[in-house]
Design a protein around this ligand. Structure first.
Ligand SMILES: Nc1ncnc2c1ncn2[C@@H]1O[C@H](COP(=O)(O)OP(=O)(O)OP(=O)(O)O)[C@@H](O)[C@H]1O
Ligand SMILES: *[C@@H]1O[C@H](CO)[C@@H](O)[C@H](O)[C@H]1NC(C)=O
Ligand SMILES: *[C@@H]1O[C@H](CO)[C@@H](O)[C@H](O)[C@H]1NC(C)=O
Length: 258
């Protein structure tokens, strides 16, 4: 980079070589386990931000130091490939390029929301769903069964479960939702405190977003409890107009939900 060259984004930060292993679970201390995939990637917060800005069209320069080793060489090349100036990306003999060993385990779960629903949804979608979450009309369309009561909702929930989903949640507006799990034979109603709805647009999305939050942050919480809490979050969203404008923030919710 010459001094007169225009650079609009300069990032001072880290460059890390990510050594990523995919395995069913994390090994215990000292344990050796089988993984099924391994790859080397480019990471580090500073470098990530710089590459993203460059890919959006910013003229960028990275200020960093990597080792004079193969990881360092390929990182410099990676910056060049992404159009990032390496004029201030130095290599040193005194230290090795930073490396991060990352293990991605199988516990990242999938929530599938079949919206807009189609009657002949491919069977793979059910099988790939850890939690299949739909509302009453979607459940009707997918199963061909009417849903006009909680008992109906339990029946369609079990019907969807038998298509190969890990679990099923059918949302029921002011009545809460029905949860069906492959670990238990019965479908359960998770009732909610009915509130006077001002605008229900996006209630289902608020529910699913909340569910995703609980699955990610409280992985051992029973699904029924997650559904109970997601009901409470969605209930807040229906009491104000708008879609995202009505979605509550952490600070707006009672602490017992966290
Ligand atoms: N009147 C209400 N009182 C309390 N909770 C409600 C009310 N209406 C909706 N909810 C909550 O919102 C969740 C989702 O509502 P619903 O089943 O109507 O989803 P949806 O039909 O996909 O929503 P939409 O399509 O309007 O975004 C319910 O499971 C419930 O937790
Ligand atoms: C999988 O990873 C998550 C997130 O890092 C962690 O909370 C969980 O305990 C891990 N599970 C196993 C079985 O290693
Ligand atoms: C279910 O969600 C769909 C969007 O996929 C929406 O069009 C429909 O009105 C919802 N049904 C109910 C009963 O809220």
């Amino acid at each position: 980079m010459s001094e007169d060259e225009d650079v609009s984004v300069i990032v001072v930060g880290s460059c890390m070589t990510d050594l990523v292993s995919q395995a069913p679970r994390l090994p215990k201390a000292g344990e050796t386990i089988h993984g099924y995939k391994f790859f080397i990637g480019f990471g580090g917060k500073g470098a990530n931000q710089c590459v993203q800005a460059a890919r959006l069209g910013a003229k960028t320069a990275m200020v960093c130091k990597v080792g004079k080793d193969v990881f360092g060489d390929s990182y410099i090349q990676n910056f060049k490939n992404n159009g990032v100036s390496t004029a201030f990306a130095e290599q040193t003999e005194k230290a090795a390029t930073g490396a991060a060993s990352i293990i991605v385990n199988d516990t990242v779960k999938t929530i599938f929301n079949p919206a807009p629903a189609i009657a002949d949804l491919h069977s793979d979608f059910y099988k790939a769903s850890d939690v299949f979450c739909c509302n009453e009309s979607e459940a009707e369309l997918l199963t061909g069964l009417p849903v006009s009561s909680v008992e109906d909702a339990k029946q369609v929930g079990l019907d969807l479960l038998h298509k190969g989903c890990g679990s099923v949640i059918v949302t029921l507006g002011p009545q809460g939702c029905v949860v069906c799990e492959s670990t238990s034979v019965a479908a359960k109603l998770v009732p909610t405190t009915t509130v006077t709805a001002v605008d229900t647009t996006g209630a289902g999305d608020s529910f699913i977003g909340a569910l995703a939050f609980y699955m990610a942050h409280y992985p051992t919480m029973p699904l029924e409890e997650m559904a109970r809490r997601a009901n409470m979050v969605a209930a807040v969203s229906v009491q104000q107009v708008g879609t995202q404008t009505s979605f509550p923030f952490l600070k707006d919710l009672p602490p017992e939900l966290f």
